[in-house]
Ligand binder design. Structure first.
Ligand code: SF4
Ligand code: SF4
Length: 105
C-alpha cells in the first residue's frame, strides 16, 4: 500500500480497529475479479454499537473508474479510493470468489 495521507490513514485505522473489536483479521489479497463493484458507488455505515456494516445508500451515477466494457474497476492498485481498497470491511461483505478471507484473532 502506498503512503497514506492523514484522512486515508484515519479511515484505515478505523476499519482495522472495527475488525479488531470483532476479533477479525483480514487475510488474502484482491484478485481483481470485479465481483464487488458494479460502478455504482455505495455508502456504508459502520455501526459501532451493533458492530455491523450497513449499506445505507447506493448512488445512481457510475464511478468514473468503472470500465463498462470489462465490467471491472480500471484501477485495481493503490490509486483506488481508500474505502475501495479496504473493502471487504467484514465477512458479511465477502463475495463468493473473493481473494480475501477473514481469520479469528
Ligand atoms: S474506484 Fe473502482 S472499485 Fe472503487 S467504486 Fe470506482 S470502480 Fe468501484
Ligand atoms: S470481490 Fe474481492 S477479489 Fe474480487 S475485486 Fe472485490 S475485493 Fe477484489
Amino acid at each position: 500500500m502506498k503512503f497514506l495521507d492523514k484522512h486515508e490513514a484515519y479511515l484505515k485505522y478505523f476499519v482495522d480497529e472495527f475488525r479488531k473489536r470483532r476479533g477479525l483479521k483480514l487475510k488474502g489479497s484482491c484478485s481483481c475479479c470485479g465481483s464487488c463493484c458494479d460502478g455504482k458507488i455505495r455508502v456504508f455505515h459502520m455501526n459501532t454499537e451493533t458492530m455491523t456494516v450497513d449499506l445505507i445508500k447506493r448512488k445512481e451515477e457510475v464511478c468514473p473508474n468503472y470500465n463498462t466494457e470489462t465490467k471491472k474497476c480500471n484501477m485495481y492498485n493503490d490509486d483506488r479510493p481508500i474505502l475501495c481498497q479496504l473493502f471487504p470491511y467484514v465477512p458479511e461483505n465477502l463475495y463468493p470468489n473473493c481473494g480475501y478471507y477473514f481469520e479469528k484473532e
